[in-house]
Design a protein around this ligand. Structure first.
Ligand SMILES: C[S@@+](CC[C@H](N)C(=O)[O-])C[C@H]1O[C@@H](n2cnc3c(N)ncnc32)[C@H](O)[C@@H]1O
Length: 250
C-alpha cells in the first residue's frame, strides 16, 4: 500500500494489512523460514561462489550513476576513435559485460558485437534492453574462445580482471588473445591499490585488487601497449584513481 492509499483507510481497516493481524501460525512459519535461510547460508552454502548482482556491477546510484556511465562511455569512445583512426572495425566484444552498461558503445563502431558474461540473470536484462547485440553466457570467462563467435577486431574487459585471482586472470587473458588474433585488446582495470580486498586468492569470494600496468604488459605479450589513459568517474567517488585503460595491439 502507498501513502495515498493509506489516507483513505480507517485505522481498523489499516490494521487488516498489518503483519500482526496474520494468523499466528503464518508468523511462526515466516520466522522459521527466515532462521532456516540464515542458518542454511551459514553452514551449508559457505562454499557457494559470490553471485554478481546489478547493484554490484556498478556501485554508483541515481545521478552519480548517470555521470559515471557518461564519463566511462566517453573514455571508451576516445579509445575506439583511436582504434578506428586508420580504418573501421567490423567486430567487437566485451568479456564480462554485466548487464550491458557500456557495450552499446561498441555498436557505434562495429556491426557485429558480442557480450560474454557468467551471470545469466544479468544477461537476461542485457538481452531485453539491447536486442541488436549478441549475448553469450559462459560459466567461466576463460572459455570465451570456445564459443566459436570470434575472431574479433577488438575485445575489452572493463573492471573484470581486477576481480579475478592471478591464475584465473591469466587464463582469461589467454582466451581473449585467441578471440583477437590480430587486432586490439582494451584492458580497463584497477592499477592503484585503493579500496582493495585482503582476499586475492579465493575466487569464489569477492576480490578487488590492483595490478600494475607492467604486470598487464607482461601478461599481454606479444601484444604491445599502444595507448594508456586514466579512467574517470564521478567527482564524488571515494576512489580518485579507479582504473587505467590499457590499449594493446597485435
Ligand atoms: C564490476 S562488473 C563490470 C561489468 C561491466 N564490464 C561493466 O563495466 O558494467 C564485474 C563483472 O565481472 C564478472 N565477474 C567477476 N568475477 C568473475 C569471475 N570470477 N568469473 C566470471 N565473471 C566474473 C561479473 O559477473 C560482472 O559482470
Amino acid at each position: 500500500m502507498n501513502q495515498n492509499e493509506s489516507k483513505f483507510f480507517s485505522k481498523s481497516e489499516l490494521s487488516r494489512y498489518d503483519a500482526t493481524s496474520l494468523p499466528f501460525i503464518y508468523l511462526l512459519k515466516s520466522a522459521y523460514i527466515q532462521i532456516r535461510r540464515k542458518l542454511w547460508g551459514k553452514f551449508f552454502d559457505k562454499d557457494a561462489r559470490m553471485v554478481w548482482t546489478i547493484d554490484a556491477v556498478s556501485d554508483a546510484v541515481g545521478p552519480a550513476d548517470n555521470v559515471r556511465n557518461y564519463l566511462e562511455r566517453r573514455t571508451l569512445r576516445s579509445v575506439l576513435s583511436e582504434v578506428t583512426k586508420n580504418g573501421p572495425i567490423a567486430s567487437a566484444c566485451e568479456v564480462g559485460c554485466g548487464y550491458g552498461r557500456l557495450i552499446m558503445v561498441l555498436k557505434e563502431y562495429a556491426s557485429k558485437v558480442v557480450g560474454f558474461e557468467r551471470e545469466g540473470h544479468l544477461l537476461d536484462v542485457a538481452k531485453s534492453l539491447l536486442p541488436d547485440i549478441v549475448f553469450c553466457q559462459c560459466d567461466s570467462l576463460n572459455m570465451v574462445d570456445q564459443r566459436k563467435l570470434g575472431p574479433f577486431d577488438f575485445a575489452m574487459t572493463w573492471t573484470v580482471l581486477q576481480h579475478l585471482t592471478d591464475e584465473d586472470c591469466q587464463a582469461v587473458i589467454t582466451a581473449i588473445k585467441h578471440l583477437v588474433p590480430n587486432g586490439y585488446i582494451l584492458i580497463s582495470e584497477k592499477t592503484q591499490a585503493v579500496a582493495v580486498t585482503q582476499n586475492v586468492t579465493e575466487g569464489r569470494q569477492f576480490i578487488s585488487r590492483a595490478r600494475s600496468v607492467e604486470t598487464y604488459k607482461d601478461w599481454m605479450k606479444p601484444y604491445t601497449l599502444v595507448k594508456i589513459l586514466n579512467t574517470s568517474v564521478e567527482n564524488t567517488y571515494h576512489n580518485k584513481t579507479p582504473g587505467t585503460c590499457m590499449l594493446f595491439k597485435r
